[in-house]
Write a protein that binds this ligand. Structure first.
Ligand SMILES: Cc1cc2nc3c(=O)[nH]c(=O)nc-3n(C[C@H](O)[C@H](O)[C@H](O)COP(=O)(O)OP(=O)(O)OC[C@H]3O[C@@H](n4cnc5c(N)ncnc54)[C@H](O)[C@@H]3O)c2cc1C
Ligand SMILES: NC(=O)c1ccc[n+]([C@@H]2O[C@H](COP(=O)([O-])OP(=O)(O)OC[C@H]3O[C@@H](n4cnc5c(N)ncnc54)[C@H](O)[C@@H]3O)[C@@H](O)[C@H]2O)c1
Length: 462
């Protein structure tokens, strides 16, 4: 017998916290949170990483000034603690605390600060001594960092210099030497940040290229640039790790046999696993989708009245996807007679590394594997007037389109402001605008860098 029944239980205060729209505000609601209010994006994810990436971008841009006939004659002096405290004490921590206080003072809301676990399909042990039930439950419990199967690196140990994205942004001091492990989004953003801040970065990737899920052109060009900038070791894995004389001695196996990397700190960035296992969902009969909680298009789980959203049930692991799904769930909770579906047709992503990378839709590799007909255009930033102003040598836009429908199938960008330049392409795909209409149905400001997108569209032979 449960201790208390609610109208609605929300597990997780990341995207789950935004569910309580005015339509639901009068319900008797329980919020369950085992960590910091606001979840991953606010506290240890998207927002603080971009607040570090911005100064790193400014430093990196200044270092490219030489190409333009100017230079700053001194190295950047990075005041790490000042940056860290501006980001966390000055902004993030205040937002998290304010959000928590706002919920706690609401008479309709009860907050349980424990680690929740299902003990029945709709019965939850809150981890605080109370067991609760509800008419409706939303599981928004996110994901966690996955660690390495190597002694010494199985668990994060920030005081010993073993970091994940959860701790690395709050370090007391910048390490002199940092080894970054993994070749995905997190590794690419932090390698850029720490290298720009003057840390010696060694980057270990077990396969032959970085950002492998990107289109091959982007992944290949980014890997080449990274090999020039970092001590990048491809095809390399850590087989043993030992902390000796205040440093990590990492034994590696790679293309030329075994080696050693010595580092003051290690950042493990080898992916994230959904927290579904820790909630005991499979044990009480929920349908799973591999390690994720299964949901249908309306974000319903296999148990009636139980919904899920974000990283726990989505393979995208992106905040804008979690936010979109939260809006769908908020509507569906209040309007059971008019259920909406999530729109996962054209999910974009951007990597805030240097150069920036952004993509939406299918890669050429995926089109080939599916046997689809397509036309392709690769347009360098350097072929446009603003690209000349920048003396740009790396920026590129690759577009893929369907010759029959004349609709875009994929867009893959690397370069200055790629995360913004991609937006009209996302819009065209989402709204079904054919390429010729998009290219010639509007003005493009001359000579803005956006002309690289216009030229790429015009170059598609449709
Ligand atoms: C370093 C980093 C940078 C990122 N940058 C970007 C970016 O630039 N753009 C982007 O789109 N995405 C980015 N992401 C991904 C993005 O942060 C996530 O996709 C998003 O935050 C997921 O939201 P969520 O609500 O599903 O989960 P979360 O925000 O993780 O919320 C889940 C909450 O549930 C709580 N919880 C978990 N288990 C339990 C339990 N058993 N009991 C009670 N509470 C529990 C957790 O403490 C947490 O607060 C980044 C991620 C990382 C790690
Ligand atoms: N800008 C953004 O949108 C952004 C930024 C950061 C993170 N994220 C999200 O967070 C999630 C996690 O990011 P991530 O970079 O940790 O994961 P990821 O899945 O992008 O990359 C993981 C990397 O680790 C490697 N790897 C996995 N297991 C390994 C092992 N045992 N040994 C060595 N290498 C191993 C993989 O080959 C891959 O290169 C991503 O899915 C991403 O969507 C998004």
């Amino acid at each position: 017998m449960a201790d208390r029944h609610f109208d609605l239980i929300i597990i997780g205060t990341g995207s789950g916290n935004s569910l309580i729209t005015p339509e639901l505000a009068d319900q008797d609601i329980a919020i369950l949170e085992r960590g910091t209010f606001g979840g991953t994006c606010l506290n240890v994810g998207c927002i603080p990483t971009k607040m570090y990436a911005y100064p790193a971008d400014v430093i990196t841009s200044a270092q490219h000034l030489d190409r333009l006939g100017a230079s700053f004659p001194c190295d950047p002096q990075v005041r790490w603690r000042e940056i860290r405290d501006r980001i966390f004490a000055g902004r993030i921590d205040q937002i998290a605390a304010g959000g928590e206080q706002y919920r706690r003072q609401d008479p309709h809301i009860t907050v349980f600060d424990g680690s929740a676990r299902f003990v029945g399909p709709k019965e939850i042990d809150t981890g605080t001594g109370a067991t609760i039930t509800a008419d409706q439950i939303v599981v928004a419990a996110g994901s966690r960092v996955s660690m390495l199967d190597v002694d010494g690196l199985r668990e994060a140990a920030p005081s010993l210099g073993v970091h994940t994205s959860d701790s690395v942004m709050r370090m007391e001091e910048l390490p002199r030497r940092l080894t970054v492990v993994g070749g995905g989004f997190v590794a690419a953003e932090f390698a850029h940040i720490f290298d720009a801040f003057g840390v010696e970065v060694t980057w270990l990737q077990r396969s032959g290229s970085l950002l492998r899920k990107e289109d091959d052109l982007i992944s290949g060009r980014f890997t080449e640039l990274a090999a020039e900038r970092y001590d990048l070791r491809l095809g390399t894995q850590i087989s043993a790790a030992e902390r000796r004389d205040g440093a990590w001695h990492l034994t590696t196996t790679g293309p030329s046999g075994s080696g050693e990397v010595v580092a003051d700190a290690v950042l493990v960035a080898t992916g994230r696993v959904p927290n579904a296992d820790q909630l005991g969902l499979a044990e009480v009969g929920y349908r799973m989708d591999g390690p994720r909680l299964w949901v249908d298009e309306q974000q319903r789980t296999s148990v009636e009245g139980v919904w899920a959203l974000g990283d726990i049930s989505s393979h995208w692991q992106l905040k804008h996807v979690a936010n979109h799904e939260a809006r769908v769930v908020a509507h569906n909770l209040a309007h059971p007679e008019d259920l909406r579906s999530s729109d996962h047709r054209y999910v974009p992503a951007a990597v805030f590394t240097h150069p920036q990378i952004a993509s939406v839709g299918l890669t050429e590799r995926e089109l080939q594997a599916a046997g689809r007909d397509y036309v392709v255009k690769v347009q360098d930033y350097g072929g446009t007037a603003y690209g000349w102003a920048m003396e740009d040598q790396v920026g590129v836009v690759k577009l893929l389109a369907d010759p029959e429908t004349r609709l875009l199938l994929g867009a893959h960008l690397m370069g200055y402001q790629a995360s913004n330049l991609i937006q009209p392409l996302i819009q065209a795909m989402s709204l079904g605008t054919p390429v010729p209409e998009m290219a010639r149905g509007q003005y493009w400001i001359h000579p803005a860098i956006m002309e690289v997108v216009e030229n790429a569209l015009l170059g598609l032979e449709l």
